[in-house]
Design a protein around this ligand. Structure first.
Ligand code: FAD
Length: 401
């Protein structure tokens, strides 16, 4: 594997670093106050600046106005953009839109591309992905209850979802619903595009998560679909293909999160090192002189580097050998990077003492919001079980001496 970074990529990364430092990190205090909606106009301004710099949508195809970077390059970019909760959004590569873009690009009709894909990639609208339900385990989505029943030219959708991230302010949802109840478990569901202004799309609330319900992009909604009627032409892909498409969406989606989490690790690690050097703990001695703090810094450095290499190698595998070949690696990085991030954030918070608990630094924000990394897109336990199943399969019938 070639670890060198091309000159072109180095220039891109420098430009992005500079932008994140100068234009985005100064906006964080407002975000930390919980005034997300008040930031929307300035976020739009920053998006325009990013487009003018030709750094918009790094991971999306050039023909749609993106930069067309490959997955390894996007991994490098994400390390920079992940340093702030605003990075991915302002550069047009944020979840859940990135995943929705990929599946509409692959499965959408010409009309769906025109109506939903183009404005989504351009950052003119946002979307959400509505699969997890209140009353069924997200870890075993074949049990989902939401139904989409044909009536004339329409589907009529009924169901109770939650954790539909960023539904507040989104133009449309991609909804996972049972269309073929008599089929085998993995062929029962379909994905359907539902504009959020459709009667029967009822956003009940933005769920309070770790003490804050958030607004607009920065929120997770509970949604009741009540006789929610959309034309059958809103079906994405074929009927019964929901789980096939979901698998395609979740693979790359997971690695995007992991790449972003490396950025978070680096940011809080930098803050931890800075605090260790500056905090005088006794006359003439800083926190950096204490062995336990030194150990946290060294362990964090090693763990972040190991996690980063795993992520970039997985990106390389997807890029060169395909998602299928990378399935095991995707599951491994999902729980390794989530746990590394959690550990490093926790150490950084501890080194900051009382200050770490406040919203005067970004650390507590990451501590609250990124705990979920071990749950969404497959809980740790589910990934570990599936990886182990695959690993042990390779040992079946073998004689190891
Ligand atoms: C911040 C956040 C954002 C999210 N965004 C979205 C979104 O945009 N769209 C969407 O559709 N969903 C979203 N989700 C939902 C997420 O995908 C689910 O929470 C996740 O799939 C787990 O499902 P569940 O919450 O129903 O937990 P359950 O399935 O009830 O599982 C609970 C726990 O049981 C354990 N467990 C489960 N299965 C096994 C097993 N086989 N072996 C051992 N232990 C097991 C795990 O520890 C798991 O955490 C989001 C969740 C969060 C927290």
């Amino acid at each position: 594997m070639d670890f060198s970074i091309s000159e072109k990529m180095q220039t891109i990364l420098e430009m992005m670093k500079d932008f994140v430092e100068k234009e985005l990190i100064p906006l964080e205090p407002e975000l930390l106050k919980g005034n997300e909606r008040s930031l929307l106009p300035i976020i739009e301004e920053k998006k325009k600046m990013v487009k003018q710099m030709e750094l918009w949508a790094p991971n999306h195809p050039k023909e749609y106005g993106g930069m067309g970077l490959n997955l390894v390059e996007h991994g490098l970019v994400s390390e920079v953009l992940g340093r702030t909760p605003l990075g991915f959004l302002v550069f047009g590569c944020q979840a859940p839109d990135a995943g929705n873009i990929e599946i509409i690009h692959k499965y959408g009709t010409k009309e769906q591309e025109k109506t939903y894909l183009k404005p989504l990639i351009a950052g003119e609208i946002r979307s959400c992905f509505s699969m997890t339900e209140v009353d069924q385990p997200g870890s075993n989505p074949v049990l989902l209850d939401t139904t989409a029943v044909k009536d004339g030219d329409d589907y009529v959708i009924d169901g109770h979802k939650w954790y539909t991230s960023s539904a507040d302010g989104a133009k449309f949802a991609i909804v996972m619903a049972v269309t073929n109840p008599d089929e085998t478990p993995y062929m029962r569901a379909s994905m359907i595009i539902v504009p959020t202004d459709t009667p029967g799309f009822n956003l009940v609330r933005n769920i309070s998560v770790m003490g804050h319900s958030g607004e607009d992009y920065f929120s997770h909604a509970e949604i009741l679909y009540q006789s929610c009627r959309v034309p059958q032409k809103n079906l994405l892909g074929g009927e019964g293909q929901g789980f096939v498409i979901a698998q395609e969406r979740l693979g790359p989606g997971r690695i995007h999160h992991c790449m972003r989490w490396i950025g978070i690790c680096n940011r809080v690690y930098d803050l931890m090192c800075q605090r260790a050097l500056n905090r005088v703990i006794s006359p003439g001695k800083t926190l950096a002189s204490k062995q336990i703090i030194q150990a946290w810094i060294a362990e964090s450095a090693a763990e972040i580097r190991a996690a980063r290499l795993m992520v970039l190698h997985t990106a390389w595998t997807i890029e060169n050998l395909g998602v299928k070949e990378a399935r095991e690696d995707i599951s491994l990085i999902k729980f390794v990077v989530a746990n590394t991030m959690q550990k490093v954030i926790d150490r950084a918070l501890q080194v900051h003492g009382g200050l770490g608990m406040t919203d005067d630094t970004i650390i507590a924000y990451f501590f609250r919001h990124e705990r979920a990394a071990r749950i969404y897109d497959g809980a740790d336990e589910v990934h570990k079980a599936s990886v182990t199943r695959r690993i042990l399969k390779g040992y079946q019938g073998k004689q190891i001496k």
